[in-house]
Each structure stands twice: as structure tokens, then as C-alpha cells.
Design a protein. Structure first.
Length: 97
């Protein structure tokens, strides 16, 4: 389902927004991409799809995505080596009494 310039103008009027011709063209393309993305999601829910789509991006086949790889994380001692007054949690500072 493509979104027309007229539909975007109606939505803008309802929202009491005004757009230049350039902005209207850009928003029409963006809304069209959003609708296409929603259609892709609906297809996957209804019976699957062979491709995924990111808004504003080309269609990407699953085969071209990199595989997930499990890699070891840094040891906690190494991560916390620069933390002053470590109390067992990240981002929590206790006031000194």
C-alpha cells in the first residue's frame, strides 16, 4: 500500500502542521517506508517471509546476515580495575560518611 501526497496533506491538516513541498515529498517517502515495513511484519506474522526489511534500507536476505558468535567477555576484575570505591554494582555511588 503506497501512501500518497494527498493523504500526507490530510494528516498534516488534522495535526495542524504545515510542510514545504520538499518536506512533503520527504514525509511521503518516509511514511511509505513505514507502511512497507508494517506490511513486511504482517507478512511474517501471517505466514513467514524470506526477507527482513529495515526502514530506509534495501531488502536483506537472511543468508547475508552474519552468524551469531559467542565470545568470552572481559573478566570482572579487569572491567572494575578503574572503578574507585567499587561496591558490587555499576553506576551506584554511595555518599561517604
Amino acid at each position: 500500500m503506497a501512501v500518497s501526497k494527498t493523504e500526507i496533506e490530510k494528516l498534516a491538516k488534522l495535526a495542524k502542521l504545515s510542510f514545504s513541498d520538499e518536506e512533503l515529498e520527504r514525509f511521503t517517502a518516509e511514511f511509505d517506508a513505514i507502511i512497507a515495513f508494517a506490511d513486511t511484519i504482517n507478512q511474517s506474522i501471517e505466514g513467514g517471509t524470506e526477507q527482513i526489511r529495515s526502514i530506509g534500507a534495501r531488502m536483506v536476505p537472511f543468508e547475508t546476515l552474519r552468524p551469531d558468535e559467542v565470545v568470552p567477555s572481559l573478566p570482572s576484575d579487569k572491567i572494575l580495575s578503574n572503578v574507585e570505591g567499587y561496591n558490587g554494582f555499576f553506576g551506584l555511588e554511595r555518599s561517604k560518611k
